[in-house]
Ligand binder design. Structure first.
Ligand code: ZN
Length: 551
């Protein structure tokens, strides 16, 4: 991959000004370590090789599937080869059955046949060969009309058509100066222009839409159609966003008693998301009174009988007598959705964690001594289904979480020895800074640690929270857990959970920069005298001690 001339220059410039071990503010920056990480992570970075193994060799890594098993085995073995110890698969669960598909096709049949771009929703049952059915549109059908319909053997369209707008403002973005200032000042980011889009489009009430779709799905599902198709809430030009199939829950049934697509032995009516342009064409044909018939074929397998899943855990042991058993963690989720190879979500984060691990092990070897604190790597599974792997890891090792917004109900001894956790899961974009998750005491520390990377556009600390990924599992029990601030690139409009989330859409220079910075943050957290400060929290009883647990 071509390295931009500006990039190489930047590295040289950073070297020139640094002192061997500088004290900026009150925080020490180990510039020898930084120099090493930059030289090996940027000039000789391997992050795109790791990503190619994860995406090209193992492919889509849905939790519970054979592909994620293979990827977990590779990560464990590779970390061991690099000198990590105690590399193991940490079991958690039950998660339920796995699923993987090998073939999917949807096409219009009849006197003017044509193929659709379509993907199955995860955990859909196979069609057992090619099956055909007439299409019925119920997207905006009144409930009583829907009740009267017989949908057996039909292919049902459950969503209304969706307008498509041309991307006049471009697709991939980097935060501009105005946006970076807003982030630094904790102000909302200015809205970007939406040329060619009617203002209303953005403000459609998604909640009402969701309720209506769920009600329709409930009725349709009960009528046992051949297959269900929709067009997704975004995506065009062949890019389709799809996640899990669903079984509509009868009203009033508590969440943990609801039927799940992950239950062994359960049949799940095949569900597909098709390209919006193709979905809209069928709708226009039906409106003209034409009859449309679809041939659908899905070849998929369930993996039942082993409901547990695993996280990959490995360590570089701490060498300091006083703080060696304290823990610094870097992590990302290895699982992905199924329609592409999960490159930017979250092969990118996993490859960055692997690369940071390689740099840290390499540096420990180079200097002939390991980190003061233990550096632990976590590659999670089950993130896409609710941070399941990382939450299980936290519960097993550090603390039993309380209710939402509540302090933990009990702590493991290791809770007091946990120095900090760094996560990467916002796509392929380079690090522009870090979210403090409200932990203001870390601001001066992170300011110092970002300073050696200002030339690589990593400059900004924003006090806000960012959600939706694995650092929350740590933050929730009062442990310092952070997600880096990354450039969006084309994460939301193109790759996040889409059928185009492939290696080719990962930006090499960005991931090299991210891995270098993650390695540096982990190293500095392992080397400083004190653990990272924490947000104030009520301290519950210890699980490990004999003391009765507080409920
Ligand atoms: Zn993710």
């Amino acid at each position: 991959m071509q390295r931009s001339p500006r990039f190489v220059l930047a590295c040289a410039a950073a070297f020139a000004v640094s002192l061997p071990s500088a004290v900026t503010g009150q925080e020490t920056v180990d510039t020898d370590a930084v120099k090493f990480f930059r030289a090996n992570g940027i000039d000789d970075g391997k992050v795109m090789d790791h990503l190619s193994w994860i995406c090209d060799v193992f492919g889509p890594r849905l939790t519970g599937s054979p592909n994620i098993r293979a990827a977990q085995g590779w990560a464990k073995q590779t970390l061991t080869e690099w000198g990590f110890e105690n590399a193991h698969l940490e079991e958690w669960g039950p998660f339920g059955r796995g699923w993987q598909f090998s073939h999917c096709s949807v096409s219009v049949v009849g006197n003017n046949p044509w193929p659709l771009i379509a993907v199955p929703k995860a955990w859909s049952s196979s069609t057992n060969g090619r099956v055909e059915g007439d299409v019925v549109f119920v997207g905006d059908m009144p409930a009583d009309e829907l009740d009267a319909l017989d949908l057996a053997g039909k292919v049902v369209m459950v969503q209304t058509p969706r307008a498509v707008y041309e991307p006049f403002d471009g697709t991939a973005i980097r935060f501009n100066a105005e946006e970076m200032h807003a982030l630094a000042d904790d102000r909302p980011r200015p809205r970007r222009p939406q040329t060619g889009r009617p203002a209303t489009a953005a403000s459609t009430d998604w909640r009402a839409g969701f309720q209506r779709r769920r009600a329709i799905l409930q009725k349709v599902y009960a009528k046992k159609p051949l297959a269900i198709i929709d067009r997704g809430s975004k995506g065009d030009y062949g890019t389709i966003f799809a996640t899990s199939a669903s079984i509509p829950a009868p009203a009033g049934v508590p969440r943990d008693e609801r039927p799940s697509v992950r239950d062994d032995g359960r049949h799940v009516i095949p569900q597909f998301t098709v390209a919006v342009e193709h979905y809209n064409r069928i709708h226009r044909l039906l409106k003209k009174g034409a009859k449309v018939r679809l041939a659908v074929e899905l070849a998929a397998r369930y993996f039942e009988g082993s409901p547990m899943d695993q996280n990959v855990i490995a360590e570089l042991p701490g060498v300091d007598n006083r703080i060696g058993n304290q823990i610094v963690m870097i992590g990302a989720h290895l699982d992905s959705w199924h329609t592409a190879t999960g490159a930017t979500d979250n092969g990118a984060g996993s490859a960055v964690v692997m690369e940071a691990a390689r740099l840290l092990a390499h540096w420990a070897k180079e200097r002939g001594e390991g980190p003061r604190r233990t550096i632990r790597v976590g590659l999670w599974s089950g993130e896409e289904q609710g941070l399941l792997g990382s939450r299980a890891h936290v519960k097993k090792n550090y603390a039993e979480p309380g209710g939402r917004g509540e302090p933990p109900v009990a702590l493991h001894a290791a809770h007091a020895r946990f120095a900090g956790y760094f996560n990467l899961d916002n796509g392929t974009g380079r690090v522009r800074g870090i979210y403090l998750q409200g932990n203001e005491a870390c601001r001066p520390i992170f300011r110092s640690w970002l300073a050696p990377f200002h030339d690589l556009d990593a400059t900004t600390i924003t006090s806000g929270n960012t959600g939706g990924t694995d650092h929350l599992a740590f933050d929730r029990v009062g442990l310092p857990g952070f997600q880096f601030l990354q450039d969006p690139v084309a994460y939301s409009p193109r790759t996040h959970h889409s059928n185009m989330d492939n290696w080719d859409h990962a930006v090499a220079d960005d991931l090299k920069q991210a891995a270098t910075i993650m390695a540096s943050f982990a190293w500095h957290t392992a080397q400083r005298d004190e653990m990272l400060p924490r947000k104030p929290m009520e301290t519950p009883a210890l699980i490990d001690a004999a003391a009765p647990r507080r409920r």
